[in-house]
Design a protein. Structure first.
Length: 395
């Protein structure tokens, strides 16, 4: 059988060889589509097969296609050279259409250090009032307007799908810390108490003052050295009632934004697939991976119902752990919504073909309608061979 499949890639991969050659290279691996980063956050990446750059520094919050003029004043995108000179996203759409390949536009929303550092008022704020300048707050009306403008800007290129990363809250991102934080303290530190979140919670009947007290006491006890590093998160029903209600209000904020985005995309025929980061963050809410997604305001079942599909990160070395992640999502999503699974064919997840083949089999067993691989530009030649062999075995 032929499995609907793609490689996640960057626009640097497109620029390396051109849209047509990239598509032909992917077809030769047995893939049927491309998932390309239309926007991305700051990163420093090794590209072992890169022809233009082997080490690339990606700037904060960049567009990788010429932007429309429709963004709110002060929130205009930044497009690094040479990606503003020609529209590689449009060229890739033409190349994929010519070959009968699917195109997904991988779009990073709230993880936006450039705007966050320039305008901290757009950002999530901790219990202490400090802005997390890498993460825009989805409850902020200006952020929501900007996010919808971004979705419309991507949609004008008519990809088959917009893969939405960070269209939700983010856990607090820390570069360094020298004290233990248990799961409850990390949960508390990641809650946003900006004026917009507080207003949304109070409108939903939440006792925000009780949540503030819980968060402050929890975090201060960690700062006092009274907590141990612990990766075992509490179940949602063991948290105080006000905290549970606060998390539910956050999920309402995100679900409403997803609904608006789906409605905006509908006339263009572009589908939305949410991509949460639950599989790559240390768990702070449990026991299921779906509960961890809820920490970021993502009601997986509601999001899948509204959009018709979900993009699942099947990250991890152990086959049983990855299968459990996929089955947890499938149980939450239900039988009617589509599910795609992202696998890493490279170290640290996979160094042997049989491991990748088993994960693909588990994904298909869980009802996945498509398999995607991460990341074309970072993969060594042997990782590409694993993908080629694994997909050939399905035919």
């Amino acid at each position: 059988m032929t499995v609907d499949s793609s490689f996640f890639c960057s626009m640097h991969d497109v620029a390396d060889v051109g849209p047509e050659q990239l598509c032909d290279n992917l077809l030769a691996l047995g893939l049927t589509g491309v998932t390309v980063a239309a926007t991305y956050h700051a990163a420093r990446d090794l590209r072992p097969r890169g022809s233009l750059q082997r080490l690339v520094d990606l700037p904060a919050g960049a567009h990788y296609f010429p932007a429309s003029p429709d963004y709110p004043h002060g929130l205009e995108p930044s497009t690094p050279a040479p990606f503003g000179d020609s529209d590689l996203l449009a060229a890739l759409r033409a190349a994929t259409a010519e070959r009968g390949m699917r195109l997904a536009a991988w779009t990073v929303f709230g993880f936006q250090e450039r705007l966050g550092r320039a305008q901290p008022g757009l950002c999530q704020r901790t219990i202490f009032g400090d802005p997390s300048t890498s993460d825009l707050c989805p409850a902020n009306p200006l952020v929501r307007t900007w996010a919808l403008t971004l979705a419309a800007d991507v949609a004008r290129h008519r990809p088959d799908t917009l893969v939405a990363e960070s269209l939700h809250y983010a856990p607090l991102r820390l570069t360094r810390r020298f004290l233990p934080l248990d799961a409850e303290a990390r949960l508390a530190l990641g809650l946003c108490f900006c004026v917009h979140c507080v207003d949304a919670a109070r409108s939903a009947g939440v006792d925000v003052d009780a949540v503030r007290v819980w968060a402050a006491v929890t975090v201060e006890s960690a700062f006092a050295g009274e907590r141990r590093e612990d990766a075992t998160p509490k179940p949602l029903d063991e948290l105080p009632e006000a905290v549970r209600a606060f998390l539910t209000a956050r999920a309402g904020v995100v679900s409403a934004l997803v609904k608006e985005t789906v409605e905006l995309l509908a006339p263009s025929g572009v589908a939305l697939r949410m991509l949460d980061q639950a599989a790559v963050e240390p768990p702070a809410l449990g026991p299921s991976i779906v509960d961890e997604a809820f920490r970021s305001g993502v009601d997986v079942a509601e999001t899948a119902r509204r959009s018709g599909g979900y993009q699942v990160l099947g990250y991890g070395e152990d086959i049983d752990d990855v299968a459990r992640i996929m089955n947890d999502y499938r149980h939450a999503i239900g039988a009617d919504a589509g599910m795609r699974v992202v696998l890493r064919p490279s170290w640290p997840d996979c160094i042997e073909t049989h491991n990748l083949e088993a994960k693909i089999a588990a994904a298909l067993e869980s009802g996945a309608e498509g398999i995607d691989f991460y990341h074309y530009g970072f993969a060594s030649h042997d990782a590409l061979d694993r993908v080629r062999v694994a997909l050939r075995g399905l035919r």
